[in-house]
Design a protein around this ligand. Structure first.
Ligand code: AHR
Length: 498
């Protein structure tokens, strides 16, 4: 019997809804086909945005969307994507697949998409190949309320009112595709560029995100903070971190998304758990500069990265998603909850048809991946209060040095007054009996939902419901005790009424 101890009186921090954010880049079929089909498409749309996709994203309560990249961001010149579509500049998307980018999806379209979804906006600016003036004018174009050259241009292009930019990324991966910079150099550029990411009066203040490290590059975090810190409030609201789960850890042979065995299962989950080390170690460096944790760790690219689906454009990063990805999502989302004192936003890569997508499309067809269903279960944690919880786990796995804890959990007090528990069982073979002990709290009832399936099961356009959530009846409550049997390879959400 595994014991989960929960103290509902001990609130550990606020779980920002932004921990369940997503990322949409001009890459493969994420924007075009996935989100945006144009006003004249036969696929049902509103102002060019696919209705089926928007509805699904509303259902999972997508809180925030990052755009336009990724590596694309540091090659993107926003003025190419405004004005009449017929006159917008056509270019080659050199990073991703060498296809023609016609810029028909630009700032106005992104803002319209976020309006339809009802989510916050996270714009990533161009430091690698863009000027300070360009960045400054983009912010003015989007947010200035009054008479100004950029506000006037926005009005001329059909949008008089300013938009809200909730987050602005000052460059992306500037240690790599965003300019191959050294951290000291980027740190200086950050100081300069962020000066012109202005907050115009009356608007929701823009939160500025500095480009953070690639996985375990602690030197980057140290040096950027050393260069940039100590400039008071509003100078830097967040610092990013990118970490992808590669089953093999090898970029030239990452492994298949769908053809894998039990060892690959545990290797992938083991690699995923490295996220915890990254949060702790980068967090420890941030603590030295920012002990009050005012600067958020923004994990704005995470998820699985496999070899592309055979027969697809290697530059499109299209991959399928199985029950294994559901566990990867559950592990990460539980970790983000548990570290919500420092992690203030996270954005899985990417929203549709790219990497660990929540949605796949093919023509007019759309399916929800196992990862989608995990987000849909975790949405109850959005804006909840993290509760003190602990669970003694066992290490499991098939190879020495590639062990994982058998269970993962996080517990919150939701905005609906219920206690929400999300559990993942990482074992391929074993169900576990679990007893939840709630300090001085009478439990009235419990309702559950579960996602479980075969190891390599996935949803396809022919069988889109192979992996789907179902009602879970294997939990009960009595007094202050919750009893639950957690099935092998499953993700569970329990809502406990108190
Ligand atoms: O998400 C795909 C790519 O991964 C992004 O463009 C880049 O930021 C990262 O290397």
């Amino acid at each position: 019997m595994y014991k989960l101890y929960v103290n509902p009186k001990n609130k550990k921090g606020h779980i920002n809804r932004e921990l369940q954010g997503n990322f949409s880049e001009h890459l493969g079929r994420c924007i075009y086909e996935g989100l945006y089909v144009g006003e004249n498409s036969d696929i049902p749309n509103v102002n060019g945005m696919r209705c089926d996709v928007v509805d699904a994203l509303k259902e999972m309560k997508l809180p925030v969307l990052r755009w336009p990249g990724g590596c694309f961001a540091d090659e993107y010149h926003w003025k190419d994507g405004i004005g009449p579509k017929e006159t917008r500049k056509k270019m080659i998307n050199t990073h991703w697949g060498g296809v023609v980018e016609d810029n028909s999806f630009g700032t106005h379209e992104f803002m319209e998409l976020c309006r339809q979804i009802g989510c916050e906006t996270y714009i990533n600016g161009n430091v690698g190949s863009g000027t300070v003036q360009e960045m400054s004018e983009w912010v003015e174009y989007m947010t200035f309320n009054g008479v100004s050259p950029m506000a006037n241009l926005r009005e001329k292009n059909g949008h008089k009112e300013p938009w809200t930019v909730n987050y602005f990324g000052v460059g992306n991966e500037n240690w790599g595709c965003g300019g191959n910079m050294r951290p000291e150099y980027y740190g200086d550029l950050y100081r300069r560029y962020q000066t012109y990411v202005r907050n115009y009066g009356g608007n929701t203040p823009i939160k500025k995100i500095a480009c953070g490290a690639n996985a375990g590059d602690y030197h980057w975090t140290e040096k950027v903070l050393e260069t940039c810190f100590d400039h008071g409030n509003g100078f830097m609201d967040g610092m990013s971190l990118h970490y992808y789960t590669l089953p093999t850890g090898n970029w030239s042979k990452k492994g298949s998304a769908t053809e894998f065995d039990e060892k690959d299962w545990y290797r992938t989950l083991n690699k995923t758990l490295y996220m915890e080390t990254l949060i702790k170690r980068h967090g420890a460096i941030m603590d030295q500069y920012d002990p009050d944790k005012k600067i958020g760790m923004i994990i704005d690219e995470w998820g699985t990265w496999y070899d592309v689906e055979p027969g697809t454009n290697p530059g499109f990063l299209y991959q399928q998603s199985t029950m294994r990805d559901a566990l990867v999502a559950a592990i990460n989302l539980n970790l983000f909850n548990k570290n919500c004192d420092r992690v203030k936003m996270a954005n899985i890569a990417q929203l549709i048809n790219v990497l660990q997508a929540v949605i796949l499309t093919e023509g007019d067809k759309m399916l929800k991946t196992p990862t989608y269903h995990v987000f849909n279960m975790f949405k109850h944690h959005q804006d909840a209060e993290l509760l003190d919880s602990s669970l003694a786990t066992d290490l499991i796995g098939l190879e020495d040095g590639v062990k994982v804890p058998n269970l993962t959990e996080s517990v919150s007090l939701g905005t609906d007054g219920k206690i929400h528990i999300t559990l993942g069982n990482l074992s391929l073979s074993d169900d576990y009996d679990l007893e939840g002990v709630f300090t001085e709290t009478e439990l009235k009832s419990v309702k559950g939902e579960i996602l479980t399936a075969g190891m390599t099961d996935r949803n396809t356009f022919d069988n889109p419901e192979t992996v789907r959530t179902e009602a879970f009846t294997g939990a009960s409550v009595k007094g202050n005790i919750l009893t639950v049997k957690v099935p092998a390879k499953s993700v569970l959400h329990l809502a406990v009424e108190i």
